[in-house]
Design a protein around this ligand. Structure first.
Ligand code: C2O
Ligand code: CU
Length: 514
C-alpha cells in the first residue's frame, strides 16, 4: 500500500464477522409530510406544499447487539424521510439546521472551505438530480449554521426518477453525509403510473452505505497519519447499512417487488447480486426509467448512482436469500412460503429514451481528472482540470444548448462525476495513452470505442470515469441560468478539491474580437 493510504485507525473498530448478520428488520423511513402551503415563488398566484425538515443529532440502534450510535439525520430519522412527489407539482422545503455546535467527527481544517475561521458545524442541502434553480440548489458555499434555515424551491419539472437529498457544505460534506445527512426523494409521473409496477408495500427504497463501526457502536472516521494533512483519499467501512440498520433482513411475499436502490456510500462501489444467483430486472437508472427492462445478475453502483429494480421472488417461496456485494453482506430477503395474487406488471416497454445526436452539440470540452502525489509527505492532491475550487469559473455553457464533455482520467481510480441541474447521456468510453497526454496533451487512443449500453443507456446524472480512459457524455443544459457545480461524488475527493463551479449563461454572449 502507498504511504498516503495509511490511516491512524482506532483499534476499537469491529473486526470482520463480529456482528451477527440479519437480526434486525429493514427499517422504512417515514414519508415526509407537508405542513401546509405557501406561495409558489415562480407563480405568486398559486399555493404549493410547504415542508419543514430539521437536521438533528440522534442516537439510533443500528444493530441488535450494539449500543445506540450517535448519528445526524432529518427530523427523527437517519437516513431522512422519503419525499413522495409528482412531476410538475412544485414544493418548498425549509431545511432547518438544528445540529449541535460541535462536530463529532474529526474535521480537517486544511481543506478549502473548512478553515478554522469558519463555524465548525454548518450545512446546506442539495437535491441530487433535481432541476433546481441555482439559489435553491445547495451551492457548497451557501451553508448555514445551527439555528438557521433555508427555504428551497423544488419545481419538479422533470420526469419520474429516484433522486436523493444530502448535505453539500464546503470542505465538510464527507463528514456530514457520513454522519447521516441524506435521504430519498422520489418523483412520479403519469408514464410510470401507467406501467402498473409493484407499488405500495411492494415498493421498497434501499439506501445502502458502509460505515466504520466501533465495538461501542459509534462511528469511526479514519484520519491519515500524515502530519498536517489528516485527509484520507477514501473511506471504506467495515459494515454495510441499509436504511439505517447493519445487514438487515426483509420479509417478502413470493411475488414481484420494486427496489429503489441508492448507493449512499462516501466512496465504496457496490457490485450487487443475490447469493443464489437469482436474476433481477433493472427498470431505471439515475434519471428515471430505461427504455425497457434489463435482466441482470450483477449490478455495479458507484457512490450516488441509483438503480430502480424489479425482483420476482415468486420462484423463491420459502427461501432465504442474501443481497451481497462480492464478499460483503448487504441484506437478507426472507421469502414467505405463500402470498396473495400479484397483479403488478413488468412491461417490456417502459418509456422512450431518445438518443441525443452528437451533431446537436455546439461545443466539446476536454476536461482532465488529475492527482498529484506530493513526494515530500506522500499526500495526494486531486483536482478537476488541474484547477482548485476557488479559481474563476471556466465552464460556461449557454442555456438551451447541448455540449459534449470529455473526461480524461489521468488518475488510478474510477471517479463518479456528477453535474448539478442537468440530466445527460453517456456516449462512450475509450482507453487512452496517458503518457502521451502528459507529454503533449494529445489524446491517443489505445482500445476500441465502447458505447454506453445496458444500465448506462438511460438518462444519467452521475457517470463513472475509469482510469486511463476518455469518457464522453452529451449534456443538454436546460432549466436555469446561474452558478452550479460539477464534482467527483467520492465525498473525500469532492471535499479535497475535486469539485468545480460551472455557470450556465442566460444567452449567447457577444463574441469578443480576437
Ligand atoms: Cu449528490 Cu453535488 O451531489
Ligand atoms: Cu474521485
Amino acid at each position: 500500500a502507498m504511504a498516503h493510504r495509511d490511516t491512524a485507525m482506532s483499534n476499537a473498530v469491529l473486526g470482520p464477522g463480529e456482528l451477527t448478520p440479519f437480526v434486525d428488520a429493514l427499517p422504512l423511513q417515514p414519508i415526509a409530510k407537508s405542513m401546509g402551503t405557501r406561495v409558489n415563488p415562480e407563480h405568486p398566484s398559486e399555493q404549493i406544499p410547504y415542508y419543514k425538515i430539521a437536521m438533528r443529532e440522534m442516537h439510533v440502534k443500528v444493530h441488535r447487539d450494539l449500543p445506540a450510535t450517535r448519528v445526524w439525520g432529518f427530523n427523527d430519522s437517519s437516513p431522512g424521510p422519503v419525499f413522495e412527489t409528482r412531476s410538475g407539482e412544485p414544493l418548498l422545503v425549509e431545511w432547518a439546521n438544528e445540529l449541535p455546535l460541535k462536530h463529532f467527527l474529526p474535521i480537517d481544517y486544511t481543506l478549502p472551505g473548512a478553515e478554522k475561521s469558519v463555524p465548525e458545524v454548518r450545512s446546506v442541502v442539495h437535491l441530487h438530480g433535481g432541476r433546481t434553480p441555482p439559489d435553491s440548489d445547495g451551492y457548497p458555499e451557501d451553508w448555514y449554521v445551527p439555528g438557521k434555515s433555508a427555504v428551497n424551491f423544488y419545481p419538479n419539472q422533470q420526469d419520474a426518477a429516484t433522486l436523493f437529498y444530502h448535505d453539500h457544505a464546503m470542505g465538510i460534506n464527507r463528514l456530514n453525509v457520513y454522519a447521516g445527512l441524506q435521504g430519498m426523494f422520489l418523483i412520479r409521473d403519469a408514464v410510470e403510473d401507467a406501467l402498473n409496477l409493484p407499488s405500495g408495500k411492494y415498493e421498497v427504497p434501499l439506501v445502502i452505505y458502509d460505515r466504520f463501526l466501533r465495538k461501542d457502536g459509534q462511528l469511526e472516521y479514519p484520519v491519515s497519519a500524515i502530519p498536517g494533512k489528516p485527509w484520507v483519499p477514501e473511506v471504506f467501512g467495515n459494515v454495510v447499512l441499509v436504511n439505517g440498520k447493519a445487514m438487515p433482513y426483509l420479509e417478502v411475499e413470493p411475488r414481484k417487488y420494486r427496489l429503489r436502490i441508492l448507493n449512499g456510500s462516501n466512496a465504496r462501489f457496490y457490485r450487487l447480486s443475490f447469493d443464489n444467483g437469482h436474476e433481477f430486472h433493472m427498470i431505471g437508472s439515475d434519471q428515471g426509467l430505461l427504455e425497457s427492462p434489463l435482466t441482470l445478475r450483477r449490478l455495479q453502483l458507484a457512490p450516488a448512482e441509483r438503480a430502480d429494480v424489479v425482483v420476482d421472488f415468486s420462484k423463491c417461496a420459502g427461501k432465504r436469500m442474501q443481497l451481497v456485494s462480492d464478499s460483503l453482506q448487504v441484506m437478507q430477503f426472507r421469502v414467505a412460503a405463500q402470498g396473495g395474487a400479484d397483479t403488478s406488471a413488468l412491461p417490456m416497454k417502459l418509456r422512450a429514451v431518445e438518443r441525443i445526436k452528437e451533431t446537436t452539440a455546439v461545443k466539446t470540452r476536454l476536461l482532465t481528472l488529475d492527482e498529484h502525489l506530493n513526494l515530500a509527505d506522500q499526500s495526494m492532491d486531486m483536482m478537476l482540470n488541474n484547477t482548485p475550487w476557488h479559481m474563476p469559473v471556466t465552464e460556461k455553457p449557454v442555456i438551451d444548448t447541448t455540449e459534449i464533455w470529455e473526461f480524461v482520467n489521468l488518475t488510478e481510480d474510477t471517479h463518479p462525476i456528477h453535474l448539478h441541474l442537468v440530466r445527460f447521456q453517456i456516449l462512450d468510453r475509450q482507453r487512452i495513452d496517458t503518457n502521451a497526454f502528459f507529454d503533449n496533451r494529445t489524446v491517443s487512443f489505445m482500445g476500441s470505442v465502447e458505447p454506453a449500453k445496458g444500465s448506462e443507456a438511460g438518462w444519467k446524472d452521475t457517470v463513472r470515469a475509469d482510469p486511463g480512459t476518455l469518457t464522453r457524455i452529451i449534456v443538454p443544459f436546460k432549466g436555469y441560468a446561474g452558478r452550479y457545480v460539477w464534482h467527483c461524488h467520492l465525498l473525500e475527493h469532492e471535499d479535497n478539491e475535486m469539485m468545480r463551479p460551472y455557470e450556465i449563461l442566460a444567452a449567447e454572449p457577444q463574441k469578443a474580437g480576437k
